[in-house]
Design a binder for this molecule. Sequence first.
Ligand SMILES: NC(=O)C1=CN([C@@H]2O[C@H](COP(=O)(O)OP(=O)(O)OC[C@H]3O[C@@H](n4cnc5c(N)ncnc54)[C@H](OP(=O)(O)O)[C@@H]3O)[C@@H](O)[C@H]2O)C=CC1
Ligand SMILES: O=C(O)C1=N[C@H](C(=O)O)C[C@H](O)C1
Length: 261
Amino acid sequence: MLKLALVGAAGRMGRAIARLAADADDLEVIGALVRKGSAAEGEAVPGFPDRLFSSDINEALSEADVVLDFSTPASTADVAAYCAERRIALLVGTTGLGQDGIDALRARAADIPLLLAPNTSFGVNLLLDLVRRAAGSLGDDYDIEIIEAHHGQKVDAPSGTALRLGEVAAAARGVSLPEDGVFGREGQTGARERGSIGFSVIRGGDIAGEHTVLLAGQGERIELTHRASSRDTFARGALNAARWLRGRPAGFYDMRDVLGG
Ligand SMILES: NC(=O)C1=CN([C@@H]2O[C@H](COP(=O)(O)OP(=O)(O)OC[C@H]3O[C@@H](n4cnc5c(N)ncnc54)[C@H](OP(=O)(O)O)[C@@H]3O)[C@@H](O)[C@H]2O)C=CC1
Ligand SMILES: O=C(O)C1=N[C@H](C(=O)O)C[C@H](O)C1
């Protein structure tokens, strides 16, 4: 049995992961961390009636083989420190970390296997490869625009996936996302700068997650799109990544390592 502990356990992703883990014969959720003061504290974890949501980090995480974090950037930083000290493998799915947050996780990966994945679905990770290839081979006659759409409760923008798509496209083009990314347009913007990478963000309803990378040339355009119809897609991918992470040496991993890309 692979012993899992969830952080952000009472959230949308935490609950989806617990539900799918309960259907698997090789997985057990042994701990579920919630925010101090959370209304969910003391409730049973979906699919694991003997396990309760807890805000005590020791109670929730100390016995886990792998911790899965889908929470908030502040919580992720604390959990990564805890896991590094206790030598517990950690998968981080939380987005909106910023470069400093990502660098801090990279430092923790000196002590533990740590996998950072802004999107755990198989399809988005294939999309990253397709974008790498398309952006590299088409050259900057083809303008790159990234469009993402999510449910109205999402608190970060652009999505972690959109930023990762942008990084991959920028690297393939030999440009820098911090310098060449355009994160919103309004008013007298002037003409589009050649080589820039634009981002557009949609929020509404219950959209699980949609990402399009548009490569617009003269007289033609290519659109590479991934649409998740359910959060279970991310949860399933996270569970497969947790299986892969168990027993790995310390290091900073991503979904490419899991999927062998
Ligand atoms: N990698 C991937 O494939 C995916 C990543 N995500 C990312 O995962 C994250 C969570 O998404 P989602 O589940 O939709 O969001 P939710 O807001 O539903 O869940 C986040 C949970 O974290 C809880 N939380 C806040 N602080 C702490 C803390 N200190 N300790 C423990 N739990 C805490 C929140 O509790 P409370 O509400 O009480 O504050 C909430 O229940 C986001 O960053 C999102 O972008 C989402 C989907 C897929
Ligand atoms: O918040 C979400 O819901 C999602 N967040 C991730 C992101 O920011 O890329 C992944 C997925 O698209 C759903």
